[in-house]
Ligand binder design. Structure first.
Ligand SMILES: Cc1cc2nc3c(=O)[nH]c(=O)nc-3n(C[C@H](O)[C@H](O)[C@H](O)COP(=O)(O)OP(=O)(O)OC[C@H]3O[C@@H](n4cnc5c(N)ncnc54)[C@H](O)[C@@H]3O)c2cc1C
Length: 404
């Protein structure tokens, strides 16, 4: 039977980043197992699909410390310097400027493929990549966990990390229970080009159907680099979202334009559309005997505030930090320390995201009035804006300083 110090199930954005972090900052051997053909072409696997995501300022800094250069990719990252949050058809609106928060940007917008191209570890003696097989079961003993793969092989590890996106049956079998709350919404994502430049503005607009986010993105459609590209995340009820997928391009552009408004002119081009049903999923705990669950495996969030990978990366950085200089990476004291370190940040980020979905997907008048007053208040009250910016950029009070 093969042995490894740490076995990671799942080579999506979180699992790959964790493998890279562990190899850089600890002396442990690492095995990464994924169901897809990562060695052949990991950028066409579901974890690295057409998604474009916003990386919080904290995430950009942490990735940069790991040597990830987001400007050095085929699709360079685009900084978010200004954010406008508005409620379509109402007065509530708030404007945030990075410079007013002593930042050069709130974060960067990047294609998840560009990120993936840099975070899959290169071949090296302490690293084994086992792909095109799934982990089908795991058995915990006092000093190890033995996992069984779909090809019949077994691997013995001191620490098992589930970065499986919540999609493997292993976490349930190991005693993690997972709850799911369906938001009744599907996110339609696409890239568009507008007639006027984005000037590094991101927009979060609340419409009668659900939230709509426009992220400035350099190479929006057809490798266009005109500075007028956006990545769109349009949240709609499931049945309306299904309809948008069958609309022809001009009908889709017309409907999207109505939802966006004309602040940046008219839509010139629309790219491919992809749909993601949305729910809040979370495990009851992130640690069991010699096992940790991280990233979407531990919590999958609504994309309304763009926090899913950002929170997953903080799982990664805290786990790497907890495992530094530890001879037994699966020891109870080590994992318990990790669990305690993560609790407040996870709770605060999940609460913020879920709260925004509830408040901004609701048509009850008291809530509509309340959220518009909230947006106006944030525009005028420096303290409120500061609090929101700190949490969403990854520097919230519940977020521990990252230690690499
Ligand atoms: C529309 C949309 C927009 C988003 N926007 C943002 C944003 O702006 N900012 C942000 O921070 N986040 C955003 N997110 C969230 C972000 O994309 C995810 O949080 C992140 O990609 C999750 O990565 P992961 O590695 O945890 O999981 P996954 O990408 O799901 O990877 C899990 C991997 O585990 C493998 N696997 C599962 N089970 C097994 C098994 N038994 N054996 C072997 N392999 C297995 C799978 O093959 C897969 O490769 C967005 C998400 C969506 C849907």
């Amino acid at each position: 039977m093969d042995t490894t110090d740490i076995l990671i199930v799942g080579g999506g954005a979180v699992g790959c980043t964790l493998a890279t972090g562990l190899l850089q900052s600890t002396g442990h051997s690492v095995t990464l197992v994924d169901a897809n053909a990562l060695q052949q072409d990991h950028l066409s696997t579901p974890g690295f699909d057409a998604r474009v995501i916003a990386l919080a300022r904290r995430t950009v800094e942490a990735l940069s410390e790991m040597g990830v250069d987001l400007s050095n990719t085929a699709w360079p990252a685009t900084p978010i310097e200004h954010i406008v949050v508005s409620d379509r058809g109402f007065l509530g609106k708030t404007h945030l400027h990075a410079s007013e928060h002593q930042l050069d940007s709130f974060g960067q917008v990047v294609s998840i493929q560009a990120l993936g191209a840099q975070v899959l570890p290169k071949a090296q003696p302490r690293f084994a990549l086992v792909d095109e097989v799934t982990v089908i079961s795991a058995t915990q003993t006092k000093d190890s966990v033995v996992v069984t793969l779909s090809n019949g092989k077994q691997i013995c590890t001191q620490l098992l990390v589930l970065a499986d996106g919540g999609r493997s049956p292993v976490s349930g079998a190991l005693g993690f229970s997972r709850t799911q709350h369906d938001y009744g919404q599907t996110a339609i994502i696409t890239n568009i080009q507008m007639s006027q430049p984005h000037n590094n503005w991101a927009h979060e607009r609340f419409t009668e159907h659900g939230p709509l986010a426009l992220l400035p993105f350099a190479t929006a459609v057809g490798n266009d680099d005109s500075g007028a590209g956006y990545s769109v995340v349009w949240t709609l009820p499931h049945d309306t979202a299904e309809n948008t997928l069958v609309w022809n391009e001009s009908e889709f552009a017309k409907q999207l334009q109505q939802a966006i408004g004309y602040r940046h002119g008219h839509i010139v081009k629309v790219g491919e559309r992809h749909a993601y049903p949305l729910s809040l999923q979370q495990t009851d705990d992130c640690v069991r005997h010699r096992t940790v669950v991280v990233g979407n495996g531990a919590q999958a969030l609504h994309p309304i505030a763009g926090q899913g990978f950002n929170l997953g990366l903080r799982d990664v950085m805290d786990l790497v930090s907890a495992l530094k200089a530890q001879t037994d990476p699966g020891a109870f004291s080590v994992l318990n320390h990790y669990r305690q370190q993560r609790a407040a940040d996870k709770a605060a980020t999940i609460q913020l995201t879920d709260g925004l979905v509830t408040v901004f997907s609701n048509h009850h008048w008291p809530l509509v009035v309340g959220r518009n007053l909230g947006l106006l208040a944030m525009d005028y009250c420096d303290g409120l804006a500061k609090q929101f910016v700190r949490q969403t950029t990854g520097f919230g009070p519940a977020t521990r300083p990252l230690q690499n």
